[in-house]
Design a protein around this ligand. Sequence first.
Ligand code: RIB
Ligand code: CA
Length: 335
Amino acid sequence: MARDDPSGAAGSTRDTALPAILDCDTGHDDAMAILLAAGTLDLRGVTTVHGNSTVELTTVNTCKVLELAGLADVPVAVGAPQSWKREISHAPGIHGVTGMDGPDLPPPSLKPIDEPAIEFFHRSAAEVDGLHLVATGPLTNIGAALRSHGGRLASRIAGISLMGGSTGLGSATAAAEFNIWADPEAADVVFRSGVPIRMVGLNVTRQVPATPSHRRRIRALGTRTGRAVAELLDFYSEQLALRYGLPGASMHDPLAVSALADPQVLRFESMQVDIELSGEHTYGMTVCDRRHLSTDAAGLVRQRDPFGRPNAEVAVAVDPERFWERFIAVLAGYP
Ligand code: RIB
Ligand code: CA
């Protein structure tokens, strides 16, 4: 069982916290997602996947973060080393050679369990009613799990909250966000699965940068976790400033946790989302059908029912300060 929510926020005490497995390619913002998930959800385990770096490194980084925060009781199951079709594509340019450069964290004594990620999903889903999945990396593991065992997993999963895609700008390419772009075929299986999806894309996550002021507040916690998180954000912010000119590291992955643990941080609209699998310039794009929405002075307005077959709740607005208050309060509960 995960720790009580140190922030004491309503709706996330030990008894009411939603059961979830976090699937991640631990890099900098995945580390934040792990910490937020363990403090606000009933975190039943973490599964690792290729993405920001090799699955070996994302697994070591996951174990480092859990050990740092005193969460060594959370099981870690190793997943896929590469995507279904495309050549391996990591992001050393952003996350560094370790996949989580910045703080000097010791090699972890925590080791992953022997059970592969896909089996861990299936066993957990059979044992836990109302289990949610939170995905913060390429969807290779979850897509494979939904396709395996006769597709039975979809009926046992209450929902998938994922960081991925965008209603507009891309990151890996002009059209595609990295997590979806890294394995579009797996993402296509997930978005066609019928499992309720909350999609948190770049269109909202880039509105939540870790400014120097946020990093000062986190460093001022005076704990080993606070120091490590501040160093992670310093490194990640520098890389994103160099690459995209952003004012601070975007809090991509922890916002996928907020989508489940504190949905009021975001505003969602129902729409059909398709994954582009053949476009020369758009391969890996999340094609979001927003024809039923318009924008006026007050923001986004729904004009009619969504077109087509709505298959996802897509985040279209975010409350950064609500996110930061909750996130920093949870961090304060770690050693
Ligand atoms: O596009 C942002 C996503 O790509 C995040 O999950 C980040 O960790 C990287 O994997
Ligand atoms: Ca990630």
